[in-house]
Design a protein around this ligand. Sequence first.
Ligand SMILES: Nc1ncnc2c1ncn2[C@@H]1O[C@H](COP(=O)(O)OP(=O)(O)OP(=O)(O)O)[C@@H](O)[C@H]1O
Ligand SMILES: [Mg+2]
Length: 660
Amino acid sequence: MSAQLNPPQREAIRYLDGPCLVLAGAGSGKTRVITHKIAWLVEECGLSPANIAAITFTNKAAREMQERVAGLMGGRAPKGLTLCTFHALGVRIIRQEAQHCGLKPQFSILDAADTVQIVSDVAKSADKAIARQMQWQISSWKNAMLTPEQAAQLADNEIAAAAAAAYAEYERTLRAYQAVDFDDLIGLPVRLFEDNAEVRERWQNRLRYLLIDEYQDTNRAQYRLLRQLSGVRGAFTAVGDDDQAIYAWRGADVENLRLLQQDYPKLKVVKLEQNYRSSARILGAANTLIANNEKLFEKRLWSEHGPGDQITVTACRDAEHEAETVAMKISAHRFQNRTRFADYAVLYRGNHQARVIEQQLRNHKIPYVISGGQSFFDKAEIRDLIAWLRLLVNEDDDLAFIRAITTPRRGVGAATLEAIGAYAGQRHVSLFAAAFEQGVAEHLNTRQLELVHEFAAYINRLQQRAAREPAGQVLEDLLVAIRYEAWLFEHLDPREAESKWSNVRDFVDWLARKGDEDDKTLLELTQTIALISMLDKEDPDFDGVQLATLHASKGLEFGHVFMVGVEEGLLPHQSSIDEDKIEEERRLMYVGVTRAQRSLNVLWCERRKSGKEWRRCEASRFIEEMGDDVLSAARKSNEPVSKEDGRARAAGLMAIFERG
Ligand SMILES: Nc1ncnc2c1ncn2[C@@H]1O[C@H](COP(=O)(O)OP(=O)(O)OP(=O)(O)O)[C@@H](O)[C@H]1O
Ligand SMILES: [Mg+2]
């Protein structure tokens, strides 16, 4: 293993005397330090894998790391090793310590749509946009571990004041539903560990060594979780790069890097300076770009790779032309170089940019996978099914109850639900429990009462089956029982119904496979679903161009990268320009540039549609900031590629390829 590690990497891996921070630039092998340290701890130090936890930032990163560890350790990651996101670790802790958190182990995890709904109910605000802002505000307080009382004192505008007023009631509602939100997944364990020494020590003994990737993007609550778990031993290795901190808007705090030094005076800091990822031109552009930011920590980065391909900058007429250019360049490049589609990535600032790219890739018959896009699990039909599953595992989940009883409509009307809701509110019980109580009968007519009882009894029967039978089978039968397919076709146009039904089939297959593979119960599956941000094409052999937001691309690497929409107003984003937060945008650009191994293509549009209006655009300042080399490339290629040229070129190449 030592052959593929440089001396500072080896030093960081073998250091076990206390906390260790690897602070280094992109592509310098920080994540590699983590994977090799796992192997070192198990193989050389005899630590049980069950005592090790490696924390990553996204599910995709966790899966990648799993593969890398497996590659190092004889084909499979050792059994018992914890390798997951902060949030997934939180779920595990809460599930096992549920009674200490005032929850049952079958608690529900609510996603953004649900929590906005609760905020809007609590604040009696019908305006979804305002409810969303309030939810955002509450979430940032929770990330900073502030109580409703503290929040009330901090609120300095109307929305914040309304949010502060709703905060406590919001929390009560979650608990009444036996539910938690994403922030609770970190916050509850932290509170638990702070208040309960016995539980804390139990977890400290279980997770004896912690490894944290992308440390620069942890928020305050996550930092406290790390502190609690690692205790006085401070047995952890964190790796990070302040130049890649791109989650300040979500409460991440680069100050956590300084805190580490302050809270652990004996902290060992290791710097890595060799970049193994990118060609020299790409690395040079990245270094020049990021030099425009105020430095927190001085870092140098060099590479032994040759200069590599010239970075290209292409001005396009509009987003459609841009997408078409990307598609044609990928086709042409691929035929010339005999690469795989999976070697290419298209990165963009916002999800809304993906649609036109998808369209053009489809036109050109280029397969692709999209990550960090609209979540598969956010689709209405999937949320319907998940509501059913949630209700099966947690009958107190009132949101799930309402969604399930109305999907498909089974004759239970809004008035009935309101009556049950009012009754449940007086009695302080869940809707489900209320449905079985004698008292509720007074408020409903016989027919409605029958329908509600029928529904509740059906849920009970299904619950019993779910305890014994595979998750996939239970869901399969549920679909038949509620006539979901027929219902879709009854109220939607056939094409839409078709596409929704095919999503449903994908979901059932996925659930069945997951259930078998990981030997997971329906409860465990349902709880992890909330954490998965997409139905990943889990097949690593699938050959498709990778589409991702810049945020979602963090930590990954691709042979050839296309960055689109590199314009003023989009990257840097207009709101950041207005609020003078250019540095975070520059780091985002830096993250994008440093994903590329062999070639980097930057594209921008001369005009872009916003709403119904066309807006003229200028090339992003970041293009100029990448230095003279890139700038001269930009000047050279400033005349937009003509459609016909590109198409003819691609067609010509294709013809040659097919012949030969
Ligand atoms: N000592 C080494 N010898 C050869 N290749 C290496 C070495 N260290 C890392 N690499 C390779 O360099 C690439 C970048 O490594 P890695 O992903 O660990 O960097 P990173 O610092 O985590 O990057 P990022 O900041 O983007 O997360 C990977 O392909 C990795 O396998
Ligand atoms: Mg990394």
